[in-house]
Design a protein around this ligand. Structure first.
Ligand SMILES: Cc1ncc(COP(=O)(O)O)c(C=O)c1O
Length: 369
């Protein structure tokens, strides 16, 4: 048996007719940029995330950059984020000219550790970007307790966590701004790039709408230094077909996660845990193993190729050499990057496929005990 690490075509096949109809309608309608599907999808995502406004942009990365720009964060400012995540939040801080400040993560959830964040706050700190990594919320109450009293803004990176809840409330609704990605592999994935910023603040929403189209409110009159960063109308139409299925897909992911966890209970692995009060949507199901590389090879040799993320903590990336970080600066992030092993996780996996992965992992440890 083989178990693909991802299978985006399987989701498409299940919704093929609806998606084709939605795309055809856009094409026949002739309104290709910021049309009715973007407007409606913004309302739908705002409702889904329990916020008032959604602003569609062209990626999760741009969502973060525009969020920082909307808050007028730039040169001379510091923004705290995680060194163990996809590079986008750090990149967005660099994009606006602010200083990237990393804080180490919690060894169980891999999200920002509030005690480490506290150590990194300075008078220049203007924002914290907690990343809701792998599908569960960062400790928002603790981070808010640090931020609110100091006038520091929270920008939630919800790229991997659409549908996740923290104390029964949707991620994205806690910070000044919440940023989502619709990259195809995300729990709600487009058939191309896409992103959204959500907020309860009407003036920020208005500013974001201007920033995404060259800083205009009225065409050809430019009030802000802007971007070309719009959610595509065709992608919005496709995402509107998919959104009603998201809760069901997330529930199936949780079911698969439980199946893995149950099968691995007695193995020498650290398994994913949802922090108390968190509804985890299992964008990623990753185990930690002392024998990660050998286990990855064994799975690959037996039809289950898996991809490691993230193999190198961000502070050690070549691109940030000029920031002069050292090995050992963020020990938890470094150790996790050496042990982490994501397993196949998408709603279309069959129980037989999941059981095959479980069987292989069991076989590996029977040999390597
Ligand atoms: C945590 C996180 N933030 C931001 C992004 C950026 O999203 P996009 O790829 O849509 O630019 C991603 C993923 O791609 C991500 O995983």
């Amino acid at each position: 048996m083989t178990v693909p690490f991802l299978n985006l075509a399987a989701q498409h096949a299940a919704l093929k007719n609806e998606i084709s109809d939605a795309v055809e309608k856009v094409l026949n309608g002739g309104h290709y940029i910021l049309g009715p599907n973007v407007t409606e999808f913004e309302k739908e995502v705002a409702a889904f995330t329990e916020t008032k406004f959604g602003v569609g942009v062209n990626s999760g990365s741009d969502a973060l950059t525009l969020a920082l720009r909307a808050l007028e964060i730039g040169a001379g400012d510091e923004v705290i984020t995680s060194p163990f995540t996809y590079i986008a939040p750090a990149e967005s801080i660099h994009q606006v000219g602010a200083k990237i400040v990393f804080a180490d993560i919690d060894p169980r959830t891999f999200c920002l550790d509030p005690n480490e964040v506290a150590k990194k706050i300075s008078p220049r700190t203007k924002a914290i970007i907690p990343v809701h990594l792998f599908g569960q919320a960062a400790p928002l109450n603790e981070i808010r307790a640090l931020a609110d009293s100091r006038g520091i803004a929270i920008i939630e990176d919800c790229a991997q966590a659409i549908g996740a809840k923290y104390s029964e409330q949707s991620v994205g609704s806690f910070g000044r701004l919440g940023c989502f990605s619709f990259y195809p592999t995300k729990n709600l994935g487009a058939d191309g790039d896409g992103g959204m910023v959500v907020t309860n603040d009407e003036s920020l929403a208005k500013k974001l709408r201007m920033l995404r189209v060259h800083g205009i409110e009225k065409r050809y009159y430019h009030d802000l230094h802007g971007f070309n960063s719009r959610l595509d109308e065709i992608q919005a139409a496709i995402l509107r077909v998919k959104l009603p299925h998201l809760n069901r897909w997330n529930a199936r992911r949780a079911e698969i996660a439980a199946r893995y966890t149950n099968a691995f209970a007695t193995l020498p692995l650290q398994l994913p845990v949802a922090a108390p009060g968190n509804t985890h949507i299992f964008h990623v199901y990753a185990v930690l193993s002392e024998q990660r590389d050998a286990l990855q090879r064994f799975l690959g040799d037996n039809g289950v190729p898996v991809l490691i993320y993230y193999p190198l903590a961000l502070h050690l990336q070549k691109v940030y050499a000029d920031l002069n970080f050292q090995r050992g600066d963020f020990l938890v992030a470094e150790q996790i990057s050496e042990k982490i092993l994501p397993l196949p996780m998408y709603p279309e996996l069959t129980n037989e496929q999941v059981d095959y992965v479980c069987e292989l992992v069991g076989k590996f440890f029977a040999k390597h005990a």
